[in-house]
Design a protein around this ligand. Structure first.
Ligand code: HEC
Ligand code: HEC
Length: 204
């Protein structure tokens, strides 16, 4: 009888402990778990100049990008508001918790320039329409919006075209991209890519 009660008590304790651990994990990002997930991501995002095959453009830099934006981007691929077969495959295998973990980990590999809020002043008149959200120097003013400074030129161009042709959808940016003249897309991409900011993600 006593033995039985002990077993029941132990089982209850284990159950309580497990529930507690599970709840803690949902509330906070687990950096160690994020690091092990990120290992496979760096196979593409950690290699300088690594390219997407068709169409050909460089894999975006994540070093210094905001954690909240990385999370939004991964959920976008998973849910189809951003269409990209490779990134769908990556994001679709991740739970919300794993997305939070890997985003938080990748954000710890931040570029110092981005953390300091950028180093250059606005210098391109066509970018005036973008500064309210992407910052005076391409460093975003809100964790939900991406930093553009230092990003690969061909990726920025690709992204702006994707908003315009509807393969990428966002209530805010899809509208903004329609307002940009086709001939200015390349100029804006060149301008933002030339600013000091994001870096190719490297494990530390
Ligand atoms: C096989 C190469 C490859 C692997 C592996 C990979 N990615 Fe990507 N990733 C890409 C490409 C290509 C893009 C650009 C897709 C597009 O045009 O939307 C991208 C885009 C992204 C973006 C959007 C960045 C932005 O500025 O909007 C995020 C965030 C991202 N990847 C995170 C991850 C994470 C996290 C992992 C690991 C779980 C991962 N990627 C694994 C190739 C890869
Ligand atoms: C009102 C706010 C706002 C303004 C103004 C704005 N953007 Fe954005 N931009 C966003 C948001 C939000 C996103 C992320 C949307 C998503 O998740 O796809 C974004 C994403 C982008 C991206 C994709 C970055 C990446 O890493 O994938 C590019 C490129 C971009 N904007 C360029 C511009 C340019 C150029 C202008 C000015 C002509 C501009 N934006 C104006 C809010 C804005």
């Amino acid at each position: 009888m006593i033995t039985n009660m002990k077993i029941v008590a132990t089982a209850a304790t284990i159950l309580l402990t497990t529930t507690f651990v599970a709840q803690t994990a949902t509330a906070d990002a687990d950096l160690a778990a994020g690091e092990s997930i990120a290992y496979s991501c760096l196979g593409c995002h950690g290699i300088d100049g690594y390219r997407n095959a068709y169409p050909s453009y460089r894999v975006p830099k994540l070093g210094g990008q905001k954690a909240t934006y990385i999370e939004i981007a991964l959920k976008g691929y998973r849910e189809g508001t951003r269409q990209h077969p490779t990134m769908y495959g990556q994001a679709n295998s991740l739970s919300d918790q794993q997305i939070a973990d890997v985003s938080a980990y990748l954000a710890t590999l931040a570029a110092d320039t981005v953390e300091a809020g950028g180093s250059e002043a606005a210098g391109f008149e066509k970018a005036q329409a973008c500064t309210a959200c992407h910052g005076n120097n391409g460093v975003s003013v809100n964790a939900m919006w991406p930093t553009l400074a230092g990003q690969h030129e061909d990726y920025l161009e690709q992204a702006l075209h994707a908003y315009r042709d509807g393969t990428r959808n966002d209530p805010v940016m899809s509208v903004q991209a329609q307002l940009v003249a086709e001939k200015d897309i390349a100029l804006l991409a060149k301008y933002y890519a030339g600013l000091e900011g994001l870096e190719t993600t490297k494990a530390e």
